[in-house]
Design a protein. Structure first.
Length: 144
């Protein structure tokens, strides 16, 4: 059994006549006071801004401008007993997919306990590529 809705056929002029009063009420000129915007947010606005939203259109929380608590180190010894120090040459993967030589610029310990190596590439980039620096997790280090 199907449900059929009954529709009322009306002409275009009849629908305009029915909508005209609603449209006229919506377009009434307003007084200048209605267009004044307060320069200070209202209490409701402040309360709404303090409440978190779960909507996907909400902006992500701002990250703190304070740096992470990292500890710089001069050397690092990997699990195989190899010692790495600032200035050593290492082998890294380049952005274009080949191995490249880089120099260790700094070694630091992250708040999570991982050691990271900041390096500067020592080879020229292929035409159309830019590569100024990189970081690599210490467990992936290879001596050059």
């Amino acid at each position: 059994m199907t449900n059929k809705k009954k529709t009322k056929n009306i002409s275009l002029s009849q629908s305009i006549t029915q909508l005209k009063p609603a449209l006229q009420g919506a377009t009434q000129p307003s007084t200048p006071e209605e267009h004044v915007v307060s320069s200070t947010p209202t209490q409701n606005y402040k309360a709404a801004a303090d409440e978190p939203t779960d909507s996907p259109s909400s902006t992500p929380p701002q990250q703190s401008s304070q740096p992470f608590n990292i500890k710089h180190q001069e050397t690092f010894t990997n699990a195989e007993g190899m010692l790495f120090k600032v200035g050593d040459l290492i082998e890294v993967n380049s952005p274009w997919g080949t191995n490249a030589i880089a120099q260790i610029e700094s070694i630091f310990l992250s708040p999570t306990g991982n050691t990271w190596i900041h390096y500067l590439p020592q080879q020229d980039c292929p035409q159309g590529w830019n590569w100024h620096r990189g970081v690599i997790k210490s467990t992936l280090l290879k001596k050059s």
